[in-house]
Design a protein around this ligand. Sequence first.
Ligand code: KG4
Ligand code: ZN
Length: 350
Amino acid sequence: MRPKQKIILGIESSCDETACAVVADGQAVLSNVVATQIDLHKRFGGVVPELASRAHIEAINTVIDEALALCPNPQPDAVAVTHQPGLIGSLLVGLMAAKTLAWAWGVPLIGVNHVRAHAYAAALEAGPVEYPAVALICSGGHTALYHCTGPTEMELIGNTIDDAAGEAFDKVAAILNLGYPGGPVVDKVAKSGDPHAVKFPRSLLKGQSLDFSFSGIKTAVLYHVNGLPGQASDAPRGIENLSPQQIADIAASFQQAVVDTLTIKIRRAVERFSPRTIILGGGVAANSALRQATEDLAGKTRIAFRKPEMRFCTDNAAMIAGLGYHYLQAGQVADLGLTATATARTKVGK
Ligand code: KG4
Ligand code: ZN
């Protein structure tokens, strides 16, 4: 007789998405409900923490009800929840809901690191990853490289020293008046631009560093559009003087610079760790140019490439439930004293 499937209910509320999902054996996504707050934060051009916490409180019960209603007789064996990193007020809403359910159902509670869960997203609905793997996680808050020897064994080998890649997409979209969130719209506009039109800097490429820096490129785009502060220029400056084609060229050139930087770091990590698989994860993993460039790199180096389905790139709870399953199998469960932590910046190598 086949062993009974392990059903995990996952909850995610670390930033601006309230999400709940039910996942069987870390693979089959039985339900995946996401309530996004994008419209709420749009007019501010970024996430407002206090508004985010309130919106999570309003949405959380409905989102959990919907996720459970989509599965016939779900009977979760455990509740997994993002407890770090993220906005503290937002994390606490999901954590409280998860503790309540775990206590009421008498099942284990599992604390999951959001960034690590992004690295698991590529395995959802797609079968287990072959390890060891190098995982690049790029989101609005993080840009990190991991060396993974299993779904729960991940060593941080590179990190951003300033802005995250997604943050750079969001800020450049704001400079170009393209709206919020920036990633999807830059991706779209870049398709009609020339990626070689403007030579933007590729940072931290010297030596063998696996760390990232994206604040320089954001400033370079700003100066390209508005001119250098204090320097007169004959050319008309400012976004209002740029044609749609010039804007598309800037978007495409910026995107190319980011993708080049990210793929160079992946290549270095591959040379150092000789993995069997390259994994992409996080919101920026939805970027068409990054997906293609990483696929090409994997093809050239004859390494398997795993990217998440589009719906599992940006924040969701299926990745939390999926990784939670592996913690449950490893006996790594929490108790009701589990706390939320805003940042989980581990030093490189730790
Ligand atoms: O993983 P995620 O949903 O949230 C965080 O954990 O931060 O990532 C959101 C980020 C945003 O910065 C958004 O602009 C970016 O992912 N993003 C993209 C694309 N889709 C979303 N960036 C580049 N290209 C995309 N297609
Ligand atoms: Zn995320």
